[in-house]
Design a protein around this ligand. Structure first.
Ligand code: COA
Length: 107
């Protein structure tokens, strides 16, 4: 887990894990007041760098199909859709897109 702070206040975080060469971004969030200033991308890049250093060769994550902002962020970082999980999210119920990013040469 990495956090972003401004003036001592928490304004964002990213949570990930690596198991046997496969990495996963479990959560990424920036406080509403801090959005669209590049913090999300910086947190994501920092998280990917840590997962890469720990040996991840590819990264997976799930995102709500309706989450246009996050999907744009992940697409810009090189993530591509590789699957869908029907009804993965609750409150409200929604499908998840599964995204994948190859690391190490970005193949
Ligand atoms: C998704 C989230 C982390 C993005 O954080 P952020 O700090 O606003 O992102 P950035 O400023 O680094 O944005 C980088 C790029 O992502 C895209 N993007 C981010 N938010 C967007 C939005 N609401 N609509 C469209 N594109 C968006 C843009 O391409 C943006 O580049 P630009 O600002 O130059 O156009 C933030 O909106 C958030 O915390 N959302 C709620 C939690 C969430 O949905 N997390 C993802 C779960 S999978």
């Amino acid at each position: 887990m990495l956090i972003a702070e401004e003036y001592g206040e928490l304004c964002g975080y990213v949570v990930g894990r690596e198991v046997a060469g496969s990495g996963e971004i479990l959560n990424l969030a920036v406080s509403p007041d801090g959005r669209r200033r590049g913090l999300g991308r910086r947190l994501l890049d920092a998280g990917l760098a840590v997962l890469g250093l720990r040996g991840a060769e590819e990264i997976f994550l799930e995102v709500r199909e309706s989450n246009v902002g996050a999907r744009a962020l992940y697409a810009a970082a090189g993530f591509r859709p590789v699957g869908q999980r029907t009804g993965y999210y609750r409150y409200p119920s929604e499908n998840a897109l599964v995204l994948r990013l190859p690391l190490g040469g970005r193949t």
